[in-house]
Design a protein around this ligand. Sequence first.
Ligand SMILES: Nc1ncnc2c1ncn2[C@@H]1O[C@H](COP(=O)(O)OP(=O)(O)OP(=O)(O)O)[C@@H](O)[C@H]1O
Length: 336
Amino acid sequence: MIHLKNIRKTYESPGRVSHALDGVDLHIRQGEVFGIIGRSGAGKSTLIRMLNLLERPTQGEVRVKGEDITRFSDARLRQYRQGVGMVFQHFNLLRSRTVIDNVCFPLRLAGMARRAQLERAHEVLALVGLSEHAGKYPRQLSGGQQQRVGIARALANRPELLLCDEATSALDPETTQSILRLLLDINKRLGLTIVLITHGMDVIRAVCDRVAVIDAGRIVESGDVLDVFLHPRHAVTQSLLSESGVDAEGWRDLAQAVRGRLLRLSFRGDATVQPMLSRASRELNLDLSILQGSVSRIKDTPYGQLVVSAQGAEPGLEALAGMFAAEGVECEVLRP
Ligand SMILES: Nc1ncnc2c1ncn2[C@@H]1O[C@H](COP(=O)(O)OP(=O)(O)OP(=O)(O)O)[C@@H](O)[C@H]1O
């Protein structure tokens, strides 16, 4: 659906040139939830704003359904932007307008008649669970409710693409989860494509299908969220994961203290709940001990990773990898 090709964005101020984006290539598929994660100043906001041209690239193409939107006329761009909703970290609601008027705002800009505006606004308020708050002012609502208004406003014009600029960063953990559930529900029910930026891996894990990690204006790693969580390659990805409690390397401190072969096992889906360790121990006559492990979910898919030491006779050790492979478990030898 969206292809970013060799995007560069340079900001120049007296005595300083800043390369906010430095040759970004990215492909976002129709109907997916795509996450862009990186540290502060990495270029996330600049990147997401390329998708509705709130920022224009210094160089490169932003292709949406085959067309380079950087070449659109002003009128064409206005029309394109009506098909793109945006949700902001600090909600950006009009404080002096009621909830319903905030949601009507983009519909009014699009030239819709007042009656139709109200009808559509009530529809999207129902979708985000705020029907009974239509006549209130933003200050009368909690942060989570205000963000729901922001989402309703972004959906009013029936966009095909929803951009979320740190949409949950100003919210507490519980409210964050409820907003993320709402975004997932919208993605499934309306089939719209969602692109979000965040600095938290928990957000990526909860809602994204695919992820790109950005650092100093470059995409340093990208792929299916499961693959990136199970096999992070870049140091930035590894440290972002370890900050969110997914530490793939913690076993190293214990490795000296145990004997035997060290294996890293990666499970996904049904394999996560199979009693494979006890079976391997029983059938191959091995002693297995766990040095590190985690089991969690990415969207609806359970996944897990274990580091185990295996001790026993050579034939049993040799058969172990094959037994795991037959069950769809990846087995990596960390120490022979
Ligand atoms: N209008 C601007 N003028 C000059 N430099 C800018 C401008 N906007 C962004 N930058 C610079 O571009 C780089 C990327 O900024 P950007 O806001 O995209 O990062 P970010 O990853 O979204 O950071 P944060 O998480 O802190 O919002 C930074 O070095 C920033 O200082």
